[in-house]
Design a protein around this ligand. Structure first.
Ligand SMILES: Cc1ncc(COP(=O)(O)O)c(C=O)c1O
Length: 440
């Protein structure tokens, strides 16, 4: 490829100058592997961006999208509908826990998050508590890149140039290397005391001003931090005591990543609102879905005597091609048992865990953490270059035929849920070689 052609695309979350000097081009994908423009096969240990849970290029999903494009390419969803979105919603509501029975469609995780925040405000407004405008997020939380998401998110680079345009405060993150380094599964220590910090924030701001707490059940882009034992249940309890809504951002965790359809099922904690995207269509079409509890929907519906009840929606909400992709994806997940394959303690998660923790003791490795099929390895910062070791390991692994996600001084993995033991072996081999190369 002529690299001069790369100038016009302003790439997202990418060092543009670095990429254009040394492009990493993907031209095809099948199952667990990418094909690159120089015809290499590269193992996908990230499911793209945590989204291709059933692996790449599944023919059932591809055919469903093509068929739908011929039948009904687009349908406006403001005041009109098409049958597939209602069918999909019923199926999703059945899969979701508790009373999360109402599904609102978006086109991305970021839009799902901002939709969920607006639902929370609309709910309180409908109940005569419009003073509840403040949101509590969490340090190192990632909730996408729209203005709501960056405000509740806790990653400084994502908002420092843009501001925080919502009333927000943040819980501390849950990483405790002193007590919980090299945890297998949920970290053992500190869950209740960390969650109790929410009581301090409620005292500070007053419950009557707080709309919702929004957290990822497992912090993803902020470094892969499974919740310490007891943490999520305690957060739920405190929210209940103060009539504060709990939003789980399951954009990464949803659709099998934690060994159930949703992490709220894995951890047995029911949020009031749940955001999803990514795995919903296996990454094959842009789509997000926000699940609202019946109480949220009912309150908003009751607040308007006639006309539109919720002034929110997107031109492409419930897009027919995305609905077709999601229906076919759910077929694949069901037929192949993928929603449950990653279960912590199950055969493949166990094998992955053992492989990863065999890297303990390598030079530079200061933590390894995992839950189901999501994991991170954290490194000592390189002298004079804090935050650079993850991308150094990522580059070395790429050269050896494996895609990883770099997150500062860590690398993250979230492979397609179809991963087999020999892929795990390949991963551990490449990781060990890369780490030894960097810290020799
Ligand atoms: C937890 C979480 N929320 C929201 C988002 C944003 O999703 P998108 O990039 O589709 O807007 C992400 C993306 O990684 C995410 O991990």
């Amino acid at each position: 490829m002529n690299h001069q052609n790369l100038a016009a695309h302003w790439m997202p979350f990418t060092p543009n100058k670095g990429f254009k000097a040394q492009p990493r081009m993907l031209t095809g994908a099948k199952g667990m592997y990418w094909t690159t423009d120089d015809r290499r096969q590269v193992l996908d240990m990230t499911a793209g961006l945590w989204c291709c849970n059933a692996g790449h290029g599944h023919p059932h999903i591809a055919e469903a999208i093509a068929r739908q494009a011929r039948e009904l390419d687009y349908a406006p969803c403001f005041g009109f509908g098409h049958p597939l979105s209602f069918e999909l919603s019923e199926r999703l509501a059945e899969l979701a826990p508790g009373n999360l029975n109402k599904v609102f469609y978006t086109n991305s995780g970021s839009e799902s998050v901002d939709t969920a925040l607006k639902m929370a405000l609309a709910y309180h407004h409908a109940r005569g508590q419009a003073g509840r405008q403040l949101f509590i997020g969490r340090e190192r939380g990632y909730h996408g890149v729209n203005f709501g998401g960056i405000a509740v998110g806790g990653i400084t680079n994502n908002y420092k140039a843009f501001g925080q345009w919502l009333a927000v405060d943040h819980l501390s993150h849950t990483q405790d290397l002193g007590r919980n380094a090299f945890s297998k599964g949920l970290p053992e220590y500190g869950g209740i005391e960390m969650a109790n910090e929410l009581e301090r924030l409620i005292k500070l701001h007053d419950a009557s001003r707080i709309a919702a707490v929004i957290i990822e059940p497992i912090t993803g882009a902020g470094g892969v931090l499974p919740p310490p034992v007891g943490y999520l249940k305690r957060i739920r309890e405190i929210c209940d005591q103060h009539d504060i809504l709990l939003i789980f951002d399951e954009v990464i965790c949803g659709f099998g990543r934690t060994g159930n359809a949703f992490a709220s099922q894995t951890f047995d904690v029911l949020p009031d609102i749940m955001t999803t995207a990514k795995g919903l269509t296996n990454g094959a079409a842009p789509m997000g879905a926000v699940f609202a509890g019946d109480h949220i929907y009912d309150a908003v519906m009751a607040s308007a005597a006639a006309g539109v009840e919720f002034f929110h929606g997107y031109t492409y909400s419930a897009h027919p091609l995305a609905c077709a992709a999601a229906m076919a994806t759910l077929d694949v997940y069901e037929q192949d048992g993928l929603l449950y394959r990653a279960a912590q303690g199950g055969e493949i998660a166990d094998y992955f865990e053992q492989g990863l923790h065999s890297l303990k003791g390598l030079p530079g490795v200061i933590d390894i953490r995992n839950y189901s099929l999501i994991a991170a390895v954290e490194f000592e910062p390189l002298a004079g270059k804090p935050g650079a070791s993850g991308s150094a390991v990522q580059s070395m692994a790429w050269e050896q035929g494996m895609m990883l996600r770099s997150l500062g001084d860590a690398i993250a993995m979230s492979p397609p849920l179809i991963i087999e033991k020999h892929h795990v072996d390949q991963t551990i081999g490449i990781l060990e070689k890369s780490i030894r190369q960097l810290y020799n």
